[in-house]
Design a protein around this ligand. Sequence first.
Ligand code: DON
Length: 304
Amino acid sequence: MDYKKILDEIYLEAKVYKGQGELARYIPELALVDPLKYGIHLSTVAGEDYSLGDSKERFSIQSISKVLSLAQVLPLLGETLWERIDVEPSGNPFNSIVQLEYENGIPRNPFLNAGALVMADILISRFDDPMESFLSFVRELSGNSTIEYDKKVAASEIATGYLNASLINMMKSYGNILNDVDKVLEFYCHQCSIAMSCEDLAHAFMAFADEGCLYKSDSRVLKKSQVKRINALMQTCGFYDEAGEFSYRVGLPGKSGVGGGIVAVHPKCYSIAVWSPKLNPKGNSVLGMKTLELLTTKTGTSIF
Ligand code: DON
């Protein structure tokens, strides 16, 4: 497969969508990002790397971090995790509160804000220094020891995250949050703030593309059966109320974030990260989705 030629083609073709969409203004710091940034990085399981545009520039990974926290939590708790979080698509926005009351404080899936808050609560219960443990895990997955939290983005979200505060208080009232709600919110906002490049993300997500093995290494961080479950959740829940659309247009397990990043994997083949900050009304990068649609169409490499 000539990924270089195909990605060059896509980069030119998709650029016309650069103007479409809006920045994630509800987190004030994210509204300051250059809306015209566009980067792509594809890594293959064979160890090849293809980079285009702003692929080495770091941006706030936001909800993409939820896949990484699931990868840390699932081996710790195993199947008991699903006593506190379900594995069903919600059909609702990532920050919706409506189902949470009907369903007694059990989030529909780990990628909703409510689900990720429960995973943050679990990591706080497990580790003396959860911020340090999570960051070390992300650095290990990506093979980059310089990855950091973006303190400005985290502070900006902590100051304005009223909806997340309501989600966590609702869950606390149902007994599904064990720690102090402010402590969990602080950790969650830091986890979302982490700054990574497309290259870092493509390398980190190789664990999901390559059956739990780290990029260019024999060490395994996840069992095959855990990777199967995480990829299934990305496929069905990674794009919230647009999970069907992403599956239909792209046909890969993937995860988006309101920082404009999208990562997708083709199991046993490649992982790819795209960054373009302008979002559609469902909170997913317009250009990111278009890029991935063109990739699987031109290469014939969707999982379907
Ligand atoms: O909690 C929030 O709203 C953000 N920190 C993350 C949301 C997000 O990235 C949703 N994905 N598209």
